[in-house]
Design a protein around this ligand. Structure first.
Ligand code: EPS
Length: 363
C-alpha cells in the first residue's frame, strides 16, 4: 500500500509537505549503542539546503534537525529514531493561481487523478522538500556503515554538456556550486543555467554516486539484488527518469571480452582490472567501488507558459510562479548519496543477519 517507507532492516518513513508546518521521518532498525547526535546529521542537511546559490531555489530554509526519539545519552537505543524539521519559509499562496491547474510534466495531475484531492501548495508531498528527510536518514545510514565506507557524488552532465572524465578531481566537487568534478566545465554550466533561469526555463542533469569500501557480499538475490534496490532507491527521488549501474546502457554496445571485468590475485587479495560491473555481480557487491548514475529531468514548474488543463476540464495556459530550482538535479547529489547509503546500510544488516561475516576467496 502507501509507499512512504523504504528498506527492510534499516527502514525509514518520511512525512510532511513542502508548504506545511513541519517535515519529519522515523528510522527503524538502527542497531543500538551507536553514538548519535544532531551534529552527525546537520552537516549532510546543510549540503542539500535550498537557497545557497543563484543556481538553486531562493527559498530560505535552515533545515535545523531535532532528534525526538530513539537516542539516549548520545547513543542509539535500538528504538525508532524520529527526526523533525520546522519549515520556515513556506509560502503556499505563491501557488493560488495554479490551484485548479495542472502543470505539464508535474506530479500534480497524477496525484489528483489518484487521490481526488491534492495539496496544491508547491509540490506538496511530491516536492524536492521531501528529499530533506532522505538526507537525514542517509546520515544515520552512514553511521551504521562506519567510516570504512565512503559515499560521494558529483554532477557529470547539465543539459547537453557533460564533464571530461580525464579531468575528474574529487576535490573540485566541493569548490563549485554545481558539484562538478571537472572545474573546466563550470563556466559552460554557468552560462547554460543563467540562460535557462532568465528565460524562465529549466534543465536536467546526470549525477554519479561512487561508494568505496563497500564489503563484498551485500545484496539478496534474486529479487533484492543490490543493483535492483539501488535502482529503486535512486528512481524514487523526485524527477529521476533513468538509472545506470557501472557501464549501464553502454554495456550493451561492448563485446563480451571487453565488458567482463578481468580478475587477478594480487598480494593475496582479489583485484579486478576494470569496473564495468559497477562493483556488483549477480546482484551482490564484489568489494569494488559501487557506481551508479541517475538522470534528473528539467524542473517542471517553470515561468514559461505551457499548455495544460484545469481540474474542471478546460484547456488553459499554465505558467508557475514560486521559487524553483532551474536545475533540481544539482541539489540531487546529497540526496543520491543518502539513498545509496540507506540501501547499503539495509543490505549490510541483512547480509549479517543471514551470513554473518563475509567470506573472501583467495585470502
Ligand atoms: C523546488 C520548488 C520549491 C522549492 C523546492 C524545490 O518547492 P515547491 O514546489 O514545493 O514550492 O523551494 O526546494 C525546497 C524547498 C527544498 O527544501 O529542497 C523545485 O521546483 O525544484
Amino acid at each position: 500500500m502507501s509507499g512512504n517507507g523504504f528498506g527492510q532492516l534499516f527502514r525509514f518513513t518520511t512525512w510532511g509537505e513542502s508548504h506545511g508546518p513541519q517535515i519529519g521521518c522515523v528510522i527503524d532498525g538502527v542497531p543500538p549503542r551507536i553514538p548519535l547526535s544532531e551534529t552527525d546529521i546537520q552537516p549532510w542537511l546543510d549540503r542539500r539546503r535550498p537557497g545557497q546559490s543563484r543556481f538553486t531555489t531562493q527559498r530560505k530554509e535552515d533545515d535545523k534537525v531535532t532528534i525526538v526519539s530513539g537516542v539516549f545519552e548520545g547513543m542509539t537505543t535500538g528504538t525508532p529514531i524520529a527526526l523533525i524539521i520546522f519549515n520556515q519559509d513556506a509560502r503556499g499562496r505563491d501557488y493560488d493561481a495554479i490551484k485548479d491547474r495542472f502543470r505539464p510534466g508535474h506530479a500534480d495531475f497524477a496525484y489528483f487523478t489518484k487521490y481526488g484531492i491534492r495539496d496544491y501548495r508547491g509540490g506538496g508531498r511530491a516536492s524536492a522538500r521531501e528529499t530533506t528527510m532522505r538526507v537525514a536518514a542517509g546520515a544515520i545510514a552512514r553511521k551504521v556503515l562506519g567510516n570504512a565506507v565512503e559515499i560521494r557524488g558529483a554532477v557529470v552532465q547539465i543539459g547537453p554538456h557533460g564533464i571530461d572524465r580525464e579531468r575528474w578531481d574529487w576535490d573540485s566537487v566541493g569548490r563549485n556550486p554545481f558539484w562538478s568534478p571537472d572545474e573546466q566545465v563550470v563556466a559552460k554550466w554557468e552560462r547554460h543555467l543563467d540562460a535557462a533561469r532568465k528565460a524562465g526555463s529549466s534543465c536536467g542533469a546526470v549525477i554519479e554516486i561512487v561508494a568505496s569500501g563497500v564489503p563484498a557480499g551485500l545484496g539478496e538475490p534474486v529479487y533484492d539484488r543490490l543493483d535492483a534496490d539501488l535502482a529503486k532507491a535512486l528512481m524514487s527521488i523526485n524527477a529521476v527518469k533513468g538509472v545506470e549501474i557501472g557501464a549501464g546502457f553502454k554495456a550493451a554496445t561492448m563485446a563480451g571480452e571487453e565488458s567482463g571485468d578481468e580478475m587477478r590475485i594480487q598480494d593475496g587479495a582479489v583485484k579486478f582490472l576494470s569496473n564495468h560491473a559497477g562493483g556488483i555481480l549477480g546482484g551482490i557487491s564484489t568489494g569494488q567501488e559501487v557506481v551508479a548514475r541517475f538522470a534528473v529531468k528539467p524542473t517542471s514548474s517553470i515561468r514559461i507558459a505551457r499548455r495544460g488543463i484545469t481540474v474542471g476540464g478546460e484547456n488553459v495556459e499554465v505558467a508557475t510562479q514560486g521559487r524553483h530550482d532551474p536545475c533540481v538535479g544539482i541539489r540531487a547529489v546529497p540526496v543520491g548519496e543518502a539513498m545509496v547509503a540507506c540501501v547499503l546500510a539495509d543490505h549490510l544488516l541483512r547480509h549479517k543477519a543471514q551470513c554473518g561475516e563475509t567470506f573472501t576467496p583467495g585470502v
